[in-house]
Ligand binder design. Structure first.
Ligand SMILES: Nc1nc2c(ncn2[C@@H]2O[C@H](COP(=O)(O)OP(=O)(O)O)[C@@H](O)[C@H]2O)c(=O)[nH]1
Ligand SMILES: [Mg+2]
Length: 289
């Protein structure tokens, strides 16, 4: 299936939200449509006002142009290190472990040797869940006892990746405040340990956002990006969300590119973000003027 079609399928609910009203070309119509897709109030009303002033035939092309600008450039993962190191962060339940697993399958499928680090050490179940993905991908799993220092797990995993000449190390992390140490400090430490050992920052620090949370995910993104050197966003669960517009809002608010989007629970359901295809898929539900 083409990228556009996969986005279109995944964005069914958001498209329904966007295409719900009867298109009369008024600013109010556009504002309701864009708010329905959870683009955020300020952005939705500014766009609606600008588009609503145009003649009906010019409205959809103008909106498309504006949304593509908002979506920003595409971001190909930069994996040049040997090993390349990817750290995955985000709140509990956002889809970190699944995204780490899908990435592992993708890298392994491309013939790369992958090591996974279970740096969510709060629950035993967390490393078990990652172990299932490691098995599926044929990746090596580095885990320690529950309660271990996540920085120590990251350190061990990097040693392992080096000794095995792995191509990629992907580090899964915890998403909730579960020790006396606040979450951001813990994640910051994981990144610092890796930076010190590598002599450079990790290749990617990916922030996973739950696509069903809409504007709440945007607020989280702001908080994470203030504290951590986030290089890209991963927006998951778009297949279960009517808030696909929030992807664009998050990108704009934090100024980090959207790297990947999750469109389901299968190993293949983590797609590279393509701004044009995404916006076209979003707008596909809007009827003629
Ligand atoms: N439908 C759907 N579910 C997803 C997606 N990504 C993750 N999930 C589900 O979201 C739940 C939480 O994911 P998990 O990776 O454990 O989140 P974590 O706590 O951040 O590690 C699991 O049930 C996943 O299967 C996605 O793109 N689409
Ligand atoms: Mg997890």
């Amino acid at each position: 299936m083409a990228t556009w079609e996969r986005f279109r399928t995944a964005l069914l609910r958001t498209r329904q939200a966007l295409g719900a009203g009867r298109r009369d070309g008024s600013a109010q119509y556009w504002e309701e449509a864009l708010l329905g897709a959870d683009l955020g109030y300020e952005r939705a009303s500014a766009l609606a006002e600008a588009v609503g002033r145009l003649p009906p035939v010019a409205q959809l092309p103008a909106l498309r142009h504006e949304l593509i600008q908002l979506a920003g450039a595409s971001h190909t993962l930069s994996l040049s290190g040997a090993p390349a190191v990817v750290v995955v962060v985000g709140v509990n339940g956002s889809g970190k472990t699944s995204s780490v697993g899908k990435l592992a399958c993708r890298f392994a499928g491309a013939g790369q040797k992958v090591v996974l680090a279970a740096a969510d050490t709060f629950r035993a179940a967390a490393s078990e869940q990652l172990g299932v993905w490691a098995k599926a991908a044929g990746a090596d799993l580095v885990a320690q006892k529950p309660g271990a220092d996540p920085g120590a797990v990251a350190f061990d995993a990097l040693q392992r990746a080096r000794s095995q000449h792995a191509d990629v190390l992907v580090v899964d992390t915890a998403g909730r405040l579960h020790t006396r140490q606040p979450l951001m400090d813990e994640l910051d430490k994981v990144v610092r340990v890796l930076t010190r050992e590598l002599g450079r920052p990790p290749d990617e620090v990916l922030l996973v956002l739950d696509g069903t949370m809409g504007q709440n995910a945007v607020a989280q993104a702001r908080e994470f990006c203030q504290r951590l050197p986030v290089t890209g966003l991963v927006v998951t669960k778009l297949d279960a969300s009517a808030k696909g517009g929030a992807v664009l809002a998050a990108r704009e608010v934090v100024g980090r590119p959207v790297a990947l989007v999750g469109v389901g629970e299968g190993t293949e359901d983590l797609m590279d973000f393509a701004p044009d295809a995404y916006v076209d898929a979003l707008l596909a539900a809007i009827g003629p003027a």
